[in-house]
Ligand binder design. Structure first.
Ligand code: ZN
Length: 109
């Protein structure tokens, strides 16, 4: 992978990182516990709790993705970005374009 391609992925990853951080900041409130006495009826409280579960699950996934993005940025710095951590082969550019934070090739994923 040449320097220019490296830079392109680095830019993508930086954008991705700020998007995820943004989401995590904004969703903090919805992820907070649903207060038992916040004036909502029983039904809407159940709905609020379901929403909360969804937000929590999404936040879990985003946090995992964020650590992958941070790792990928580290690997760019170290110069081994785009190489599968298991088999050492280059990860296809199609795959990196879709998921710039991946660390494994399709075969090892
Ligand atoms: Zn592999």
């Amino acid at each position: 992978m040449n320097q220019e391609t490296h830079n392109q992925y680095e830019k993508k990853l930086l954008i991705l990182r700020s998007e995820i951080e943004d989401y995590l900041r904004k969703s903090e409130d919805s992820a907070a516990a649903v207060e038992p006495d916040n004036g909502l009826g029983r039904l809407s409280r159940m709905e609020a709790m379901q929403d909360q579960q969804m937000v929590l699950e999404l936040r879990r996934r985003k946090k995992r993705q964020l650590s992958d993005v941070v790792n990928a940025l580290k690997r760019i710095e170290q110069g081994n970005y785009g190489v599968c951590i298991f088999c050492g082969k280059e990860i296809s550019s199609e795959r990196l374009d879709a998921f710039p934070e991946v660390q494994t090739c399709v075969v090892c994923a």
